[in-house]
Design a protein around this ligand. Sequence first.
Ligand code: PNS
Length: 162
Amino acid sequence: MRKVAIPGSFDPLTNGHTDIIQRASTLFDEVVVVVAQNTTKACWFSLEERCTFVKESIQSFANVSVDVCQGLLITYCQSNNIKALLRGIRTFSDYEYESSMSRLNQELYPELETLFMMSDKLVAHINSNMVKEFARFEGELSGWVPKHVEIAIINRIKQETS
Ligand code: PNS
């Protein structure tokens, strides 16, 4: 049974994330999208909201599920018998960040392997921070995020400004 976890903060889920999830679903028997806390980021959306973004986007994939990790990712992986993580790579700076994160995780949990998947060139420019910045200036988000995420972002900005 080839099982992999795709961890991330998904604040919000973008078409870059869904591309990685879809491609992973064809390579692994089971894919768990793990919505985690990144304490270096101030999130716009709660863990529950971010989970819902994922849930609504994975309905057509029978082998993909979503879960929440409230603490350390390695603790989550150890408790759920997960030995492989998959992270998307868009740029060289992604690689620098991801390589130290994967070494740190492996030092703490030696059986855990981190695999990297290159982002598709059509979505490699998308990142969650840019989506939020663009949305604040009423930029067009279709093509960057799924429709239901676009609606949540617009609602969030409306609430903020009302
Ligand atoms: O989508 P992101 O923000 O790049 O995802 C980063 C994430 C959530 C995978 C990473 O911050 C993480 O693993 N967080 C869980 C807490 C943890 O294990 N941190 C490790 C460093 S101490």
